[in-house]
Design a protein around this ligand. Sequence first.
Ligand code: GAP
Length: 458
Amino acid sequence: MPAPDLETVVSLAKRRGFVFPSAEIYGGFANTYDYGPLGVELKRNIREAWWRSMVLERDDVVGMDGALITNPKVWEASGHVANFNDPLVDCKRCKQRFRVDHLEEGAYGPVKRDAAGRIVCPIDGGELTEPRLFNMMFKTHVGPVEDEASIAYLPPETAQAMFINFVNVQQSMRLKLPFGIAQTRVSFRNEITPGRFIFRTLEFEQMEMEYFCKPETAERWYRYWIEERLRWYVEVLGISPQRLRLREHSKEELAHYSAGTTDIEYEFPWGWGELEGIANRTDYDLKAHSQYSGVSLTYYDEESGQHIVPYVIEPAAGLTRTLAVLLLECYTVEPDEKGDPRVVMKFRPSIAPIKVAVLPLSKNEQLRPLARKVFDLVRPHWMAQYDDTQSIGRRYRRQDEIGTPYCVTIDFESLQDEAVTIRDRDTQAQVRVPIANLLDALRERLGVCEPAPGSRRD
Ligand code: GAP
């Protein structure tokens, strides 16, 4: 099926409670979105799927959760204060400001040029200034005085918390190389380019893992993590491999810390865009923090009897960007039982925000007690929704549109035979199941998608 256009998905996301433009009643706020009831569930499920693959199912990766606002020296040592810059140009006529690389990529619309072939303002064709560097970190002040000494930064990535805690984590957990530290958290960047929905936002969630290894094994682990992460998008999230590709960065494009970076890209409606970057960060970060802090962030290698500085392979994924990809990827239009078009969000059951909808055939007082009993049976196990408004056909359509894999319908016969109907979202097939067997029947169909250990429904 061809990819839907962005507007169709943005409209569904708002209408069905996934993603809302932030502060809409005040005219919105550029590149900022709020996540609604289904958006938070979808986000939680993507995060849990990532955590399951990266931490729960592995022996060599542990998790952590670092502070958002921390000592600004972290960002000086990491190179972000000096290097986390993007070149910006201003239009001399309309005074709008643009990122040069995004202008060249066509992120502001078709690239316009003057007679000499120079790029001009995409809005009014005006002449642009020479590029000037602009730091993308948000600054704030800690304490009662707003001066240079009280500056702190909102984190533009999660990674540094793992580097500065390398020794704490390694020693407290008695870890041996190779091992990884994983973290999911919000990051902030002062993005000035219109973000194409939640693809590029000021505030976004990342899922990052720093994999520490011996320097001579770094290339092998770099290749391993590229394959492993690509596999995850296809096998765990169900993204079609045709819409994914790997792109290795050229030497000129590499970040200041990287000896090699490969992006996993997705084919968005506007073209290929980064979904995750896998970088060989070498020993750059541990060395930089050791030098800047004066505290040695090394590892005692029992084999060689030496202290070494491990290399780091970093798979860095965008959680909110993955959510955008899933909304685009799972949007499907196909015929319903009568041949009329129906919209179905074909989320994998483990990712779907609502797993089971409990629907009494009608809003009838006789059906209600049994329907509520069935709902109470299901809800401790899976994220479930109870809905008794409108016709059953419209309710099926609504559940299809939010991607609920199974609807459980209670009808008048249920009062006699203590059985209900399970309707499959994708095949629309319906089977009758005794209420006594309902949990087993759902468990069989929903597989391993009950919340991971440690999550709030446990
Ligand atoms: N620690 C390395 C790092 O942060 P990155 O390529 O800048 O690398 C990793 O970011 C991922 O974070 C990207 O592949 C993307 O999915 C997501 N990301 C980055 N900036 C974003 C933004 N402004 N809005 C949404 N997601 C973003």
